[in-house]
Design a protein around this ligand. Structure first.
Ligand code: ZN
Length: 250
């Protein structure tokens, strides 16, 4: 984990946070999230790194799945620790892990417009729970390149209004650029609507190795600017810290 911190410092990022995956309650696949027994170790390790790097703002975050049937379990675990920020994410539609390549065949059997509607419906439900500070990879449903056939703008407006009303920010991350869709999460179309509704943004690397820390941040900054944003937020103690957007370097 320290290699991630060193990578962030080397890049000159003004701060960084860890947001590992909270253990899943409905699924014991350890390629998706840590086991329950690892959570205290994760927290301790971040605390230890905060001491070692006390001259650097290092945040304790977590990414938690929104699973309606396990909302109380998730809330119980989240309340046990003092996180700086909590990412909420939707990776499952019912039992379908739609963003895992081994289950993507299911897209062929479904109506894509309906998949989008269900997915964003879950995102709105998640936002309304008040458990999450940020919804991450907001349009990850596009990961394998499945595009809706109808105009989704009205749905995206509903999502934006819900996020704004629930006081939830969104994350920009570039991991989608290396996925079949080849696009940042979220798309410019969605981001413009988010800006219109005053939904704040933050930046994530979705790093699964140290070399991915800060990946394509210049592209994220450019996208944020083209959607009309001039600032972003960091987090400490679950409070937003507003900051001006830096100029993209490249
Ligand atoms: Zn995720």
């Amino acid at each position: 984990m320290e290699q991630y911190v060193l990578a962030a410092r080397e890049l000159g990022l003004p701060e960084m946070g860890f947001a590992d995956h909270l253990p899943l309650f409905h699924n014991d696949d350890l390629t998706l999230a840590m086991p329950q027994s690892d959570l205290p170790l994760y927290i301790d390790k971040v605390r230890e790194l905060q001491e070692v790097h006390s001259d650097y703002p290092l945040r304790l975050g977590i990414e938690a799945d929104y699973i309606r049937a396990h909302l109380d379990d998730v809330a119980g675990v989240l309340a046990r620790y003092e996180f700086d920020y909590i990412y909420g994410s939707v990776h499952f539609i019912g039992g379908w892990g739609f963003d895992q390549s081994r289950f993507k065949f299911e897209f062929e059997r479904r109506d894509i417009d309906e998949v989008y509607e269900i997915y964003f419906g879950l995102v709105m439900e998640a936002a309304r729970t008040g458990l999450f500070d940020v919804m991450t990879h907001l349009d990850v449903v596009k990961k394998y390149g499945h595009r809706p056939t109808k105009n989704m703008k009205p749905l995206y407006r509903e999502v934006a209004a819900t996020l704004a009303k629930s006081d939830v920010a969104i994350e920009l991350n570039a991991s989608g650029l290396s996925k079949p869709v080849g696009e940042i999460y979220p798309s410019l179309e969605i981001l413009e609507i988010m800006h219109e509704y005053g939904v704040p943004i933050t930046f994530g690397s979705d790093a699964h190795k140290p070399s991915q820390v800060g990946r394509e941040f210049d592209k994220l900054l450019r996208l944020a600017r083209s959607a009309g944003y001039s600032d972003y937020v960091g987090f400490a103690g679950r409070q937003r810290i507003p900051r001006p957007l830096p100029e993209p370097a490249g």
